[in-house]
Design a protein around this ligand. Sequence first.
Ligand SMILES: Nc1ncnc2c1ncn2[C@@H]1O[C@H](COP(=O)(O)OP(=O)(O)OP(=O)(O)O)[C@@H](O)[C@H]1O
Length: 572
Amino acid sequence: MALFCIGRYGGEEEQEEGPEAQERARVLLQRLQQQARARQLRKQKEEQPKGGEGELCSAGVGLSPGGEPGRGKKKRKSVTEEQPCAPGQKRLKKRPRSPSEGRAGAEGSADGSTPSEKKGKRRNPKVLREGTEADSEADIKQHENRSNLKNKSSKKKKRGKETEGVETREEESSEGAEGNQSAKEEPSLAASEEEAKPPPSSLMILGDYDRKPVQKVQPFLPHWLAQPKLVQKCIKDNLFPIRDVPGLHPRLLKKLQVNGIESFFPVQAEVIPAILQSASNGYLLGQGGYRPRDICVSAPTGSGKTLAFVIPIVQVLLDRVVCQVRALVVLPTKELAQQVSKVFNVYTDGTGLKVVLITGQKSFAKEQEMLVHKKVTGYCSLADIVVATPGRLTDHISQTPGFNLTQLRFLIIDEADRMIDDMHQNCLNQIVKAAFRVENDSGSSMLFQRTKPGPITAATLISTDATARGIDIKAVNYVINYDAPQFIRTYIHRVGRTARAGKVGVAFSLVLRIQERRFLRMLKDAGIQDIKKHPVKGNSLKPLVQRYEEALCNLEKTIKVMEMGKEIANHD
Ligand SMILES: Nc1ncnc2c1ncn2[C@@H]1O[C@H](COP(=O)(O)OP(=O)(O)OP(=O)(O)O)[C@@H](O)[C@H]1O
């Protein structure tokens, strides 16, 4: 600010006042310089007995916080080296000057004052400086001391700044020369200020390095998550006759009936019309012509989530003309993908829509043949609906020429929570990237979270946690947890293999006495009641040990046979 004032007053007043003003300026300038020298001597005297430590402290004040040691030293250098330099003079020529300017500049130099230094200091954005050049000299020394210390620890940093420093120096030097001229141009103002109150030798730190309080990000739940549409949990009491659901295609109504479905479950009654509504005019559009809504569904295991997306997808694609991948369902395991593709096959049968399953159960080349066909005119899709596991899908995205997801209308991430748990995010990113490439702007995505099977023997499903989710096997009446699940989620996915689709089922959990308390508390916290305790005496289990071991041997053999069967299928 002070610098600005000096510059603004330059020239004109002096021209008006003529030689008198010039003389006055010269005298005042001399007085200023004397004062500065006196102050410098005083300071040196004061500082001498204190030794190095004291100097460093004061240098700390002189420097802006986080000081720029390299720059401080450079400035000093630039002052002596660049004082007479041309750029400053060139700039001086640019605007009209009073005759006094030249003299004042010459005087400044003669007395060892360093215009660029003065101006450089004043223009330091971090420090508002009001001292005289003597202060500047002292400060520069302090800068140097400090920079010497800092340089040891930050040589690299300094090197980086040197180039920057050179530029700054040049600029400061030229500006400094100008500033010096201006300072001399306005002796009366400077002098009167100087006399009224001696220039403070201290520096004012503006504090631009002060730590600003980090704003706390308030947790925010989007509306759809904060206020979800709740659906009835109890299936049996909340059935919706399929004819009452608006907008259902007669063809699908018939198919549903043929497959023994007369009523929709609550989640279906909610989701099916919502998706159909977005496609009511043949295009996928949301309300008011906006992008169709994304839907996130979280419903209990066995509540009918598969049909909730299969039915509307098939209906929307019924009228498609060209075969293109328009629906993609991604599931974490082959078994789940197989299960879902079967349901699609049931409802697309006789419609011309093609469903392709890509899970790695077949060879990569075979899957490529199922997905695309190469013609003279280019590739054409052989799939309308792709049901896939993430790994294989991403392989096709990157390696199958002609496999194109840009016409996608529906992206279903089934078992979304698990996909995230299992670190499939990277695959998801690639899928979404491919699906939402520029051409596709009207995509809609859905997240379905469901609750997987392992080796199945004739009548018993023996499942690990890794295979306990989502698999739908008809008429499973009992689930036996032969160890206590650690987490409620694991428990729910395991027991969810029974009591599906509103039916009843029973789950047994074998729990050691030491595990009992924790297990019961976990169920209670989850609101699971109706638990009956059946104490089993250790002795009564002994006769069963042999049978149990035999069963394990049989299981091992069965798994081997199944693995061999899969390998043969892969080679076909
Ligand atoms: N409206 C319906 N009427 C009769 N049965 C139905 C109906 N909808 C679905 N089902 C049957 O209910 C069972 C469970 O359905 P589904 O597998 O879709 O459940 P889910 O919610 O996906 O379960 P999970 O989360 O465990 O995968 C299936 O056998 C399915 O055929």
